[in-house]
Design a binder for this molecule. Structure first.
Ligand code: SME
Length: 151
């Protein structure tokens, strides 16, 4: 898997104004989940209006019970408050974690900023233990930066 090629693909998707924003976000999830073998669930969460909670947006993977996540709860809710990347090599070592599936071993969450405000995030679950490196963080920061342009 080649992150540079995937970056081009993400930019192409974001630029396709023929599709709705929702569809483009879904396409990004689809490309990431299908092209990166250790990305097993890929989705977006966004701040739910004025509420201090996240709401599930487009995603690819198993359906999840966690369609609404209060700020502070789980890995996602913590990122909503911390404004920083959260890389979890082993989810079983986390106290504040919301399990989606018992097969998930690791998770990475990267915030999305629009006008310096944390408005949401991309969330990736992996069935592989400790799969994420700095390269994933840089790549996903790029994805979030591109996505922010259409939000
Ligand atoms: N594990 C996340 C919940 C979302 S699911 O991974 C889709 C968390 O702890 O916030």
């Amino acid at each position: 898997m080649n992150f540079d090629l995937l970056k081009s693909k993400v930019t192409e998707i974001v630029s396709n104004t023929n599709d709705s924003v929702e569809k483009r976000l879904f396409e990004i999830c689809n490309v990431l989940e299908s092209q990166i073998d250790y990305y097993d669930w890929v989705g977006f969460y966004f701040k739910n209006g004025d509420k201090d909670e996240l709401k599930l947006g487009p995603y690819v993977g198993e359906s999840t019970d966690h369609e609404i996540i209060p700020f502070g709860k789980g890995i996602c809710g913590q990122v909503a408050l911390s404004n920083t990347n959260f890389v979890v090599p082993d989810v079983s070592a986390q106290d504040n974690y919301l399990a989606c599936s018992i097969s998930v071993k690791a998770e990475i969450v990267i915030p999305i900023f629009v006008d310096d405000e944390n408005i949401g995030q991309i969330d990736i679950d992996s069935k592989t233990a400790n799969p994420f490196s700095d390269k994933d963080e840089r790549f996903l920061e790029f994805v979030c930066h591109e996505v922010a342009k259409i939000l």
